[in-house]
Design a protein around this ligand. Sequence first.
Ligand SMILES: [Zn+2]
Length: 168
Amino acid sequence: MSFRDRVAFDAEAGTYFDGAMRYIYIKPEALMGIALAMPEDQRGAVLEAMAESVFINGGKSAKTYQESGAADGEALLAVIRETAPQLGWGSWSTVVDGDELTVTVKGSPFAMGYGAADHPVCAPILGMLRAVSPVVLGGPTEVRETACAAVGAEACTFTARRLTEAPE
Ligand SMILES: [Zn+2]
């Protein structure tokens, strides 16, 4: 069942829930404005904190998706490609090639909400992929946003690489 079918609105309580997970609507400008409200030299740290928070909390969603049937990497990616647009997180496509996962996001709300920048800004997507990519690639990963619409790219591009384990 898709996110849109699962999410339950309680008008009296003023809540949206997907199972035990509560959701809210927030404008991208208001969310990304948290970073922009800080002095310029601290914005990078705020974006990193956003990525870390989504890594922790989005990771819980990824775990729930896995437990509800998306057990292997490709199934999990399929759920995420379906769910991300329903959350308003843009249109996602994914390519797995060996130890590398490339995710292209068209219409990132985070790039739009932040506005023009000289560095990638889509920290929430980065955090989500930090949670998801180790499941897909079968080990610890490093994730980077290599192109961002906020920097003028047509779409945002993320690369997750499986880290080769250090020799003992
Ligand atoms: Zn971006």
